[in-house]
Write a protein that binds this ligand. Structure first.
Ligand code: C2E
Ligand code: MG
Ligand code: MG
Ligand code: MG
Length: 286
């Protein structure tokens, strides 16, 4: 009986794995045409200044409305796009859409407005070879480099080939700012913060989530803020969902906040309303 049980379990796992790889294959195929079929969208999530609550930044986040499967999460399809290489075209498209949007919003609502765009290690690797149209586009739009922040992960710094390091430096020369995403989850050494002249650290949402209950995570966040400020780096807290988290983060001197408490990522038309109507934020007692 034990033998049969083991065998059943084995079959169960292979069936599941088979279904997963079928799904992956399907997504990889469909993703190929998703861009030309207009199924991809860029959503924007506000990033506010603690204190005044002024809306000065947004992160551009990719969305895929699949005709049969509905909304597919970027956590699911970005790794596939990276494997197949389509992340390069898709990433260029996100950048172009976001840069045009930033130009419009700077003119209409907030001259300081900056848009953050994610760039994965794969994009750096491939684009280092193929050249990079991002700077050309900024020039064409007449948009200064500091209208854009590029979000990279610690992995991107660690594995950075000399070509992608060079690309980061070219970005920096053009005035583009650099944010280190998901900070605290990777293995990058603090030396990288200085070496690459990072402008922003984004504290990973896992720390923000646990800081209210875990005093050690709270201490960690505080230490990150102190260290960052000593190095002239601004701190963004990701994944703020409660007023309590917001208040704690403001109290420890965090510079910017992002999370569902403030707003979920929304389409451009909806984001525009936030400029016009403002955002209600928790009051922090002095
Ligand atoms: P990320 O860059 O760390 O983006 C933040 C993620 O946290 C987003 O997930 C956002 O919707 C989510 N988030 C924001 N506030 C909250 C909150 O209060 N609670 C919770 N639970 N989640 C929150 P999303 O949009 O699903 O994107 C997942 C990841 O996919 C991103 O993580 C990023 O690594 C990648 N990604 C998204 N768009 C792009 C893109 O255009 N290019 C590249 N290369 N990667 C992208
Ligand atoms: Mg990001
Ligand atoms: Mg992040
Ligand atoms: Mg991430």
């Amino acid at each position: 009986a034990a033998k049969n049980q083991g065998r059943d379990r084995y079959q169960y796992f292979t069936a599941q794995m088979q279904q997963q790889s079928r799904q992956r294959l399907r997504l990889a195929n469909d993703l190929h045409a998703a861009l030309s079929k207009g199924q991809l969208m860029v959503y924007y999530q506000p990033i506010v200044e603690f204190g005044g609550g002024t809306l000065v930044k947004a992160e551009a986040l990719l969305r895929w409305r699949h005709p049969d499967l509905g909304m597919v999460s970027p956590a699911e399809f970005i790794p596939i796009a990276e494997d197949t290489g389509s992340i390069v075209d898709i990433g260029d498209w996100v950048f172009a859409v976001a840069a045009r949007q930033a130009k419009q919003w700077r003119e209409r609502y907030q001259p300081r407005f900056q848009v953050s765009v994610n760039k994965s290690p794969v994009q750096f690797r491939k684009q280092a070879i193929e050249g990079n149209g991002w700077l050309a586009l900024l020039q064409e739009l007449g948009l200064p480099g500091d209208a854009v922040v590029v979000e990279i992960t610690e992995g991107a710094l660690l594995e950075a080939t000399s070509a992608s390091r060079e690309q980061l430096l070219v970005f920096r020369d053009a005035g583009i700012q650099v944010a280190l995403d998901d900070f605290g989850t990777g293995y990058s050494s603090l030396a990288y913060l200085k070496k690459f002249d990072i402008d922003y650290i984004k504290i990973d949402q896992s720390f923000v989530r646990s800081m209210v209950a875990e005093s050690s995570d709270m201490a960690l966040c505080e230490a990150i803020v102190v260290m960052a400020h000593k190095l002239g780096i601004k701190v963004v807290a990701e994944g703020i969902e409660t007023a309590e988290q917001y208040q704690l983060l403001q109290r420890i001197g965090c510079d910017y906040g992002q999370g569902y408490l403030i707003s979920k990522p929304v389409p451009a038309e909806q984001f525009e309303l936030l400029f016009a109507n403002g955002i209600a934020l928790p009051v922090v007692a002095g």
